[in-house]
Design a protein around this ligand. Structure first.
Ligand code: ADP
Ligand code: ZN
Length: 299
């Protein structure tokens, strides 16, 4: 029987899977993303080679941390490019995996893959446009528009949008190495721990940090709602594991929109509009499987 390979290549960990969908998962393996891409990719290759002894592996999908070159005509298509992750700049992920496994390899960003996975299965199926935002070590966003992960000049970089920053109320300068106080700079997990002197998971639900966090995330969501007009927004990543953050973000989003868009999704139905991932911590890797099944790459 034909099976598909999926890799969620994250900045912290790799998740490898052989599956046909969430109900038919053959194997899954998680391991750290080290500073040595050759070694990390070799572990993934060994996993898929072993699996290929018992199933027919037809296509491999990859959802990668970025920035990644998705321009088919580019000489560095399928490369992780100028990433801040040590050891990984200019790594030819697609080329290496294709050479080792000898099957077609399709690639997108981790967040476009996660958006596509949520779009492919479960209650978010065929919701279009669908946005997926991860709030973790970094902030990143992906979108499915017209049935496909969205690309343009490059892939979306929603984590680096600029949001109003009142330095009198929040003097924290931000942690983004490129922009300082962009969304990621102000609201990523590392931004929280640096601002408050404790990691996000150590901050109690009633700490003012969560109001500040909800404020920035809601400003970002308002901008994204006004530009993409998404039919649903999925919020994933480590920081969003804090369930208490969801009602705060929803309420602030409504407050900032100020009844401007009169759709039930932004009023009574907002609990079904800004939602956690249906696929939990498997959105990215199952999204990579969904990309492989669809045969979608950046073309
Ligand atoms: P990555 O972005 O590297 O893939 P994650 O999505 O797991 O990693 O995000 C890691 C971040 O999430 C860390 O900054 C951590 O402090 C934060 N985090 C993890 N669990 C929680 C939690 N329960 N509540 C709030 N923050 C959390
Ligand atoms: Zn930035």
């Amino acid at each position: 029987m034909d099976y598909y390979g999926g890799i969620e290549a994250g900045g912290t960990k790799f998740v490898c899977m052989v599956a046909r969908g969430p109900q038919d998962i053959r194997a899954e393996l998680r391991f750290p993303t080290t500073a040595n891409p050759t070694e990390t990719l070799a572990r993934a290759v060994a996993f898929f080679k072993q699996q290929a002894q018992t199933v027919n592996l037809v296509v491999l999908g990859v959802g990668s941390f970025g920035p990644v070159d998705l321009e088919p005509s580019s000489a560095t298509f399928g490369y992780v490019t100028n990433t801040a992750k040590p050891g990984w700049p200019n790594t030819n992920i697609v080329g290496l995996l294709h050479a080792e496994l000898g099957i077609p390899v399709v690639i997108d960003t981790d967040v476009n893959a996660a958006a596509f996975g949520e779009y492919a299965w479960g209650v978010n199926r065929a919701i279009d446009p669908l946005l997926y935002l991860t709030v973790g070590t970094g902030i990143g966003g992906g979108a499915v528009c017209g049935g496909k992960p969205q690309h343009g000049l490059t892939h979306p970089e929603m984590g680096h949008i600029l949001v109003p920053h009142d330095r009198l109320r929040d003097p924290f300068p931000g942690v983004c190495p490129f922009h300082g106080d962009c969304l990621e700079g102000l609201a990523s997990g590392p931004a929280m721990s640096e601002r408050w002197g404790r990691t996000a998971e150590m901050l109690p639900d009633d700490h003012p940090a969560w109001g500040v966090e909800a404020n920035y995330l809601a400003m970002a969501l308002v901008n994204l709602i006004l530009i993409y007009s998404p039919r649903r927004i999925v919020l994933g990543g480590g920081v969003m594991q804090r369930q208490a953050l969801f009602p705060l973000v929803r309420a602030k989003t409504q407050q900032f929109l100020n009844k401007y868009i009169r759709m039930p999704q932004l009023f009574s139905d907002i609990d079904q509009y800004i939602v956690p991932p249906v696929l939990g911590n498997q959105s990215g890797v199952l999204g990579a499987i969904a990309l492989a099944i669809a045969g979608i790459d950046s073309r």
